[in-house]
Design a protein around this ligand. Structure first.
Ligand SMILES: [Zn+2]
Length: 121
């Protein structure tokens, strides 16, 4: 069902948002060893125009987030909090909310209010 390289503009925009938010969160909060992020269905470099380095924890979260986004069963994706599917569970749900909140605030402080920081909250 998941096919590489066949994403709508909306999906691409959501994917970009996810990568950016987790990237900011990791950069500002985690100091451990980081590795270049890879996701089997996407060319991150093509989407972000640069490589993204994440710690193991954020790598897991972003992998989960991207997988869930690409699996979203709705034709038009609703706001996650209003969605009946609720694909984020347990620790991932708490974590992604924390990431969205932190990175949302970070972007506002840095004048990036054009990003959809409320997207997942
Ligand atoms: Zn991290």
């Amino acid at each position: 069902m998941l096919k590489k390289g066949k994403f709508s503009e909306k999906e691409k925009a959501d994917i970009k948002t996810l990568i950016k938010f987790v990237g900011i969160y990791c950069k500002e909060n985690h100091n451990g060893e980081k590795k270049t992020f890879h996701f089997k269905l996407l060319d991150i470099k093509e989407i972000e125009k640069k490589e993204v380095s994440l710690c193991p924890e954020c790598t897991r979260l972003l992998t989960y987030g991207l997988t869930m986004r690409l699996r979203c069963p709705h034709e038009v994706k609703p706001m996650c909090k209003k969605c009946e599917t609720q694909c984020y569970h347990g620790e991932y749900k708490a974590k992604i909310r924390e990431v969205m909140k932190f990175s949302g605030m970070y972007m506002i402080k840095h004048g990036r209010v054009d990003m959809l920081y409320h997207y997942f909250i």
